[in-house]
Design a protein around this ligand. Sequence first.
Ligand SMILES: Nc1ncnc2c1ncn2[C@@H]1O[C@H](COP(=O)(O)OP(=O)(O)OP(=O)(O)O)[C@@H](O)[C@H]1O
Ligand SMILES: [Mg+2]
Length: 229
Amino acid sequence: MGSNDPIAVTGLNHWFGTGEARKQAVFDVNLTVARGSLTVLVGPSGSGKTTVLTLLGCLREVQDGSVHLLGHELHGAHPTLLTSLRRRLGFIFQAHNLHESLTAQQNVIMGLDVHGRLSAGQAEAAADHVLDLVGLGDRLAYLPANLSGGQKQRVAVARALVGNPDVIFADEPTAALDRESGANVVAMIKRLGHERGTTTVMVTHDNRILDQADRVITLEDGRIVDDTL
Ligand SMILES: Nc1ncnc2c1ncn2[C@@H]1O[C@H](COP(=O)(O)OP(=O)(O)OP(=O)(O)O)[C@@H](O)[C@H]1O
Ligand SMILES: [Mg+2]
């Protein structure tokens, strides 16, 4: 593995449950992910895609094996380190978790709060810019309740991207999007990869994205069974 690789995983195993109910969900996963690349995880329901994504994204404690993220070992890492690493990540998950009492613009600014020290005006400008990119430039002041499912998903995408994360973790980010918005999101991720070296690991079965992926990893029963690198 190159020391520049943002993600390097060796011998990763993961179990859920305790006692009799303890069940292994991830088996000996090994992979390195190149900077600026778009890696897609595919596989049947229950094959471990979300589990792997959340382990790599510091959202789940690493139990066994090694996960190197942005130069740091996650196994046994101190919570302070995990918190500071999470600030360098962007997450786009199925449940978009928008704050219902905040407008689209304010929700996106929430993605900035942990990232930096911008003035209110700068934060608004940054939020407006990414909302414009996802086609919501005319919905800045809308509350989530007044947005469609796909529009809410686009706000979540904008929130994940606004802080210029080093790594984006996404779980079916285009599932609720129409054709054009889905294509815009992928184009944006590809451009961030080229221009800023942003690395993306994404679970998706969307063919439009699979066509654009640098690499497609297939999981089955918690194991990597195919890797097109
Ligand atoms: N919190 C949990 N507690 C217990 N078992 C879990 C938990 N989360 C996932 N699992 C189990 O781990 C396995 C992998 O689940 P995971 O959510 O990673 O699958 P997935 O590939 O993301 O599936 P889907 O495509 O349906 O989202 C499944 O057998 C699932 O039942
Ligand atoms: Mg899943």
